[in-house]
Design a protein around this ligand. Structure first.
Ligand code: KG4
Ligand code: ZN
Length: 335
């Protein structure tokens, strides 16, 4: 009955995060945001890599300190292997390898998108298997059928932009800083979601498309602003609420279809966009209406974080799924 204590590193995009996990419980989950990208209107990969390089040692030290764990108590080092920005992933992977070699303990390579799904299982109440998870982040939009901790299948995904991108690109058109998702969320709360109408795409199966919406919003704003130069300024809450409503409708339509077709009533959301207040509310409403049990990760486990990486790594540890030291990260992240 020996306890298992792991250190997890997440560096796939612009957040440097370290977590300490003991027997599946997150003891510390530290996230250093990289403010540097705001002024560029998006993540600049080379600046992200450099910031990870600066942040990683202090973030890891602080996570260990907060957890009250010494390095020599660790049983394995986990890190995000894919998908993500390659330069960012390389920093986390190299750090994890170095520490695993120095401590002479095994290495565990974790898939970032699978870890997002399992974020729903970190705290009570936990979904029971099999469950459906709508994972919505800056780079991905997926409906995942999760049969067990290490047994997941993508049953639908976006064929172009991700839902988070739709939020961020709309925000950019509205002159809001990056990342725009949380700001649209905030303005939407004071706006009328039925004021403006945007088209819903026709995509077969459980797949998604958001590039048409982006174009529709661009033309809409261009037209309206030509008539009234202060259109955006005057109508910001209504525009944000209407766009957000459209994105939520598109997301939920396929999730409902997947739940109906599979008969699964354990339904989760995950990823950065699952922090969206409108989406969270809508999920709970649909659950009430349809007799689902709905789950949403704690806020700290919605956006990128090492806690979810460590949680998945714990289950890989139990399954003996360790990684060779020659492992390399991958930007694409094949399932
Ligand atoms: O999962 P995540 O932190 O990083 C990726 O793996 O991509 O997701 C980031 C995305 C960004 O597009 C951001 O705008 C969006 O999540 N996001 C939100 C909210 N909070 C974060 N979108 C809408 N409403 C929010 N409250
Ligand atoms: Zn993510």
């Amino acid at each position: 009955n020996k306890t298992i204590t792991l250190l997890a590193i997440e560096s796939s995009c612009d957040e440097t995060s370290a977590a300490v996990i003991r027997d599946g419980k997150v003891l510390a989950n530290l996230i250093a945001n990289q403010k540097i990208h705001e002024q560029y209107g998006g993540v600049v990969p080379e600046l992200a890599s450099r910031a990870h390089m600066q942040n990683i040692v202090p973030v890891v030290d602080l996570a260990l300190k907060q957890a009250g764990v010494e390095k020599n108590e660790l049983q394995a080092i986990a890190f995000t292997q894919s998908p993500g920005l390659i330069g960012s992933l390389l920093v986390g992977a190299s750090f994890a390898k170095a520490l695993a070699v120095a401590l002479n303990i095994p290495l565990i390579a974790v898939h970032h998108m699978k870890a997002h799904v399992l974020a729903n299982c970190i705290d009570e109440p936990r979904p029971s298997f099999p469950f459906l998870c709508l994972t919505v982040s800056g780079g991905h939009t997926q409906i995942v059928l999760c049969k067990d901790y290490l047994d997941m299948e993508i049953i639908g995904q976006t064929i172009d932009d991700a839902a988070g991108e739709a939020f961020d690109k709309t925000a950019k058109l509205l002159g809001l800083p990056y990342p725009g998702g949380p700001l649209i969320d905030r303005y939407a709360q004071q706006g009328n979601p039925h004021r403006f109408h945007f088209p819903r795409p026709q995509v077969p199966g459980y797949d998604y498309s958001f590039s048409g919406l982006k174009t529709a919003i661009l033309y809409f704003l261009r037209e309206q602003s030509a008539e009234d130069a202060s259109f955006i300024e005057k109508n910001l809450p209504d525009i944000c609420a209407s766009v957000q409503q459209t994105i939520i409708d598109i997301l939920m339509q396929k999730l409902i279809k997947a739940a109906e077709d599979t008969g699964i009533r354990e339904v989760c959301i995950a990823g950065g966009v699952s922090a969206n207040k409108g989406l969270r509310k809508r999920l709970l409403e649909e659950a009430e209406k349809r007799g689902w049990h709905a789950y949403i990760p704690d806020f700290q486990y919605c956006t990128d974080n090492a806690g979810m990486i460590g949680f998945m790594a714990y289950h890989q540890y139990l399954a003996g799924a360790f990684t060779d030291l020659r492992v390399t990260p991958s930007a694409r992240g094949d399932w």
